[in-house]
Design a binder for this molecule. Structure first.
Ligand code: AMP
Ligand code: GLY
Length: 397
């Protein structure tokens, strides 16, 4: 089978790497245009929201990734919340607003922490979580005026803040049936100890000890399956990944958000553990006839994101990266390229916020983590930032 992976980030590098075990893979950063393939796997949310999957399907191609109708789950948090309500899925108390006064009123009726989200896409950066009402009010003014996130912020969702560890559960869907992949945990904040602003994700690990088969089943039964059924009732034939971002609260798991694609960097730790033929699984889902049951190895996987100086606000680019080959000589390590590209003289240069995903497989999380950080120590570029505590709490347990 020939598979075309659309997207130029670390997630797509990981997808191509694992699909390449069983298939011929071509990659394209942008529109696949004239590329002929048996299956198209669309990585990022933006082209999905813009209807790339619909267009390819109209051309008679087999596509893994929802159409624009289903991708609205990620493209509009307001709509996502409506679908969650319609499906009866546990989520945070919330309201949607496009004017300041009622938004402030609702905010003040909540106990805190306070959460302010842009309705539209913001590359994982449109969410503020704070204990300060004043900061929340200031943030929602900036969002509603268009000052901070342009049109994406002109409607906001305000939520009660939930507490608990987070979990990412990605399910592969064929329109009617959904099967879970191995759970993963992402570290969203920029700084160690979960300090600083939200980012697209600074590292991840899988498996997650407290997310055993019972929890996965509970999330499938209470969240993913009812959501897929609600989408079906709305006439949406959802073929792709439904990614549930969960908070494991004292009252059970609640959905913080849905994404309509593989997580980044969750894909980098989930997919390398896949024990079957990933291309076959995604092709089945794309065809609407998913019969395979995903299986995973007992190995653990940890990825540490190396981010550019200035990320997430204003990442610097064009810096020379060294040490990637040495890093990959560490046992079990693969370095996925996210915001990195070849410049003059074949040098690898930084070209985006999240630059490299240093990823290690190992017999368990502690060993995978040791390998990942051993590899990180070989790599350097000006302004490089990373967290030293990825998967640390998993190791302490
Ligand atoms: P989202 O894009 O909706 O997943 O939000 C990004 C991140 O913000 C999540 O991974 C959480 O860390 C945090 N977050 C979102 N919603 C809430 C909430 N209701 N309570 C606490 N934290 C939240
Ligand atoms: N890692 C979070 C995301 O992919 O949205």
């Amino acid at each position: 089978m020939k598979v075309c992976v659309v997207g130029g980030g670390g997630r797509e590098h990981a997808l191509a790497h694992v699909l390449g075990r069983t298939s011929e893979v071509v990659r394209t950063r942008t529109d696949p245009g004239g590329i002929d393939a048996d299956l198209y796997v669309i990585g990022p949310e933006q082209p999905l929201v813009e209807g790339l999957a619909d267009r390819l399907r109209r051309e008679g191609r087999s596509v893994f990734g929802p159409g624009a109708d289903g991708a609205r789950l990620e493209g509009s948090k307001v709509w996502m919340k409506q679908v969650l309500e319609e499906a009866g899925v546990p989520t945070a108390r919330h309201g949607a607003f496009d004017e300041v006064e009622p938004a402030v009123g609702f905010l003040r009726s909540l106990a805190g922490p306070y959460v302010v989200k842009t309705d539209g896409l913001a590359a994982g950066k449109g969410v503020l979580v704070t204990d300060s009402v004043e900061e929340a009010v200031e943030d929602l003014r900036a969002k509603l005026s268009g000052a901070s996130f342009g049109d994406a912020g002109r409607t906001v969702v305000i939520e009660e803040g939930l507490r608990g560890p987070e979990l990412s559960l990605l399910a592969v869907c064929d329109g009617r049936r959904a099967v879970p992949l191995a759970p993963a945990r992402d570290h969203k904040r920029l700084g160690e100890g979960d300090a600083g602003p939200n980012t697209g994700g600074m590292g991840a690990y899988s498996p997650v000890a407290e997310a055993g088969p019972e929890l996965v089943e509970e999330v499938m039964e209470r969240a993913v399956e009812p959501t897929l059924a609600a989408l079906q009732r709305l006439g949406v034939d959802y073929r792709g990944v439904l990614y549930a971002g969960l908070m494991l609260t004292a009252e059970g798991p609640k959905v913080l958000e849905y994404n309509v694609r593989f997580g980044d960097p969750e894909a980098q730790v989930v997919l390398p553990r896949y024990a079957g033929d990933l291309a076959a699984l995604l092709a089945q889902a794309a065809s609407g006839h998913l019969t395979a049951e995903p299986t995973f190895t007992d190995e653990a996987c940890v990825t540490v994101v190396l981010a550019a100086g200035g990320y997430p606000a204003s990442p610097r680019t064009g810096d020379v990266i060294s040490g990637v080959d040495e890093a990959e000589s560490v046992e079990g390590v693969t370095v996925f390229h996210a915001g990195a590209e070849r410049g003059p003289y074949g040098r690898l240069l930084t070209s985006g916020g999240r630059v490299l995903d240093v990823t290690a497989l190992g017999p368990d999380v502690p060993e995978a983590r040791r390998r990942a950080y051993r590899a990180v120590a070989h790599i350097s570029f000006l302004g490089m930032q990373y967290r030293g505590d990825i998967a640390a709490t998993a190791v302490e347990r």
